[in-house]
Design a protein around this ligand. Structure first.
Ligand SMILES: [Zn+2]
Length: 59
């Protein structure tokens, strides 16, 4: 299971041929071209938001 980094929707890679993109060696799946285009325009924004889903304490 993959997560669309833009809208956080769960994507099943085998069914999600709509839009995929490799960024910094990782493959990302998107539910639509809209999300894909948003990610392309500012990948760092969505990847930093992704970190906030599972906050881990750094001591
Ligand atoms: Zn999406």
């Amino acid at each position: 299971m993959a997560i669309d980094p833009v809208c956080k929707m769960e994507i099943q890679p085998e069914h999600a041929a709509i839009a995929t993109m490799e960024y910094e060696g990782k493959k990302y799946y998107f539910c639509s071209e809209t999300c894909h285009n948003k990610f392309k325009s500012d990948p760092e924004k969505f990847l930093s938001e992704e970190d906030n889903i599972f906050p881990e304490p750094h001591h």
